[in-house]
Design a protein around this ligand. Structure first.
Ligand code: NAD
Length: 377
């Protein structure tokens, strides 16, 4: 466990920094530490940047994963996020068949989430100093404009705006949404033996970039939608555009439907959430949906088909990785190449579900075992 610091710092430094440093020196005692290859704290006094870089595995290539820009009330949560998310990226990249390892950067923002050009420059310099062991892209709180600013200081960055129409690049959200849509179709085919989405009822939690994009693709296929977002107006606007019902955010997991699609928060599949579910399928883009390892088997025990999150939501990392690799070699990468790679997601999910049925393991356990094998663990 992390030692808690009480009282004031003997050298007059803010208690937060002392606490954070202690935290970092003891990161290997964290339950989420999984023999990560690199964990680094960067403090840049002039710009106020505090960031944690974590590379979990570089077995398949440089550690790739976005930078999260977030205010953490407790710095231990930032370390936990960096450790968990970088390991998740190892699994996600391996399962997507990408020649990349798993990495993540977490910026500890202030409560107002103030982001300055100086901070982005310092972040770019820190990434450059890692010499290519870590490649960044967008994540929560970071935009493609931020990636452009970082690219002024380092080439180890992707998710940059597309150079021309039809070229890969830019916001990974729409690619993630397309992968989630394909994954939902695969789940419906597997669970109900249905090739068409006509009339299939999908409840979507979160109508942002991924949830909204998925909803549009499903609506075009004739699916019936129930939408929810804590930003009610956002859900209402989408329902006006696509048709469908809107329910309060706290009611979406109770909706009787064919597919529950989480596209907002992580850890929603806990004891209470699983007990509430009235859907035979869970397939959505949110990261880290299972609160604890035991919740994968708990879903299976209820007969609910689960699409492992890091398999179904790999569309974004596929897009930014193909963009990055093309830039490295000077080759062209078009959207159609990204689409072709996204088209592999349904087959990968089907293989996981079939293995789960044969072996009696839950789909998340099957996926974890496959990913661990691929990264040599
Ligand atoms: P976003 O910010 O565009 O959208 C998230 C939406 O969820 C927002 O509209 C927000 O108001 C809503 N929301 C938050 N809490 C909610 C709650 N309790 N109930 C209902 N709605 C709630 O984010 P995004 O890019 O669409 O990402 C959504 C999820 O997908 C996140 O978990 C993210 O980590 C994951 N993900 C995103 C990508 C990507 O390419 N954008 C890739 C992989 C995974």
């Amino acid at each position: 466990m992390v030692p808690e610091v009480t009282g004031s710092s003997p050298v007059g430094r803010p208690i937060f920094h002392l606490w954070l440093e202690r935290q970092v020196t003891a990161f290997w005692t964290e339950p989420d530490f999984d023999d990560h290859e690199l964990v680094e704290l960067v403090r840049h006094r002039e710009s106020g940047l505090t960031a944690i870089f974590a590379v979990h595995s570089s077995h398949l290539g440089p550690g790739a994963g976005g930078t999260r820009f977030w205010h953490y009330p407790d710095p231990a949560m930032a370390m936990r996020d960096a450790l968990r998310l970088s390991r998740g990226m190892s699994y996600k990249n391996a399962m997507a068949g990408l020649p990349m390892g798993g990495g993540k950067a977490v910026v500890l923002a202030d409560a107002q989430r103030t982001k300055t050009p100086a901070m982005l420059a310092a972040l770019g310099d820190a990434i450059e100093a890692l010499g290519g062991r870590y490649v960044t892209a967008e994540d929560v709180g970071m935009t493609d404009a931020d990636m452009v600013a970082i690219a002024e200081r380092t080439s180890f960055v992707t998710g940059l705006p597309a150079k021309h129409a039809g070229a890969a690049g830019g916001d990974p959200g729409p690619f993630t949404a397309r992968g989630v849509y394909l994954g939902i179709r695969a789940a419906v085919a597997h669970k109900f033996g249905r090739e068409s989405m006509e009339g299939v009822h999908v409840a979507i939690q979160g109508t942002g970039s991924v949830g909204g994009g998925t909803a549009r693709l499903l609506a075009a296929d004739g699916a019936k939608l129930t939408l929810a977002d804590i930003d009610r107006e956002r859900a209402d606007d989408l329902a006006r555009e696509l048709g469908g019902e809107v329910v309060p955010a706290e009611a979406i997991m109770d909706v009787e439907c064919d597919v529950f699609s989480p596209n907002a928060l992580g850890a929603i599949l806990d004891d209470e959430g699983i007990a509430r579910l009235a859907a035979p399928v869970v397939a959505g883009g949110a990261n880290n949906q299972l609160a604890l390892e035991r919740h994968g088997p708990a879903l299976a025990a209820r007969g609910i088909l689960y699409a492992p999150d890091y398999v179904i939501n790999a569309g974004g990392i596929i897009a930014v990785t193909l963009e990055y690799l093309a830039r490295q070699t000077g080759e062209h990468c078009g959207v159609e190449q990204v689409q072709a790679k996204l088209d592999e997601i349904p087959g990968r999910l089907s293989a996981i579900w079939k293995d789960a049925e044969t072996t009696g393991r839950s789909p998340d356990q099957v996926a974890d075992a496959m990913a661990q094998k691929l990264i040599g663990r």
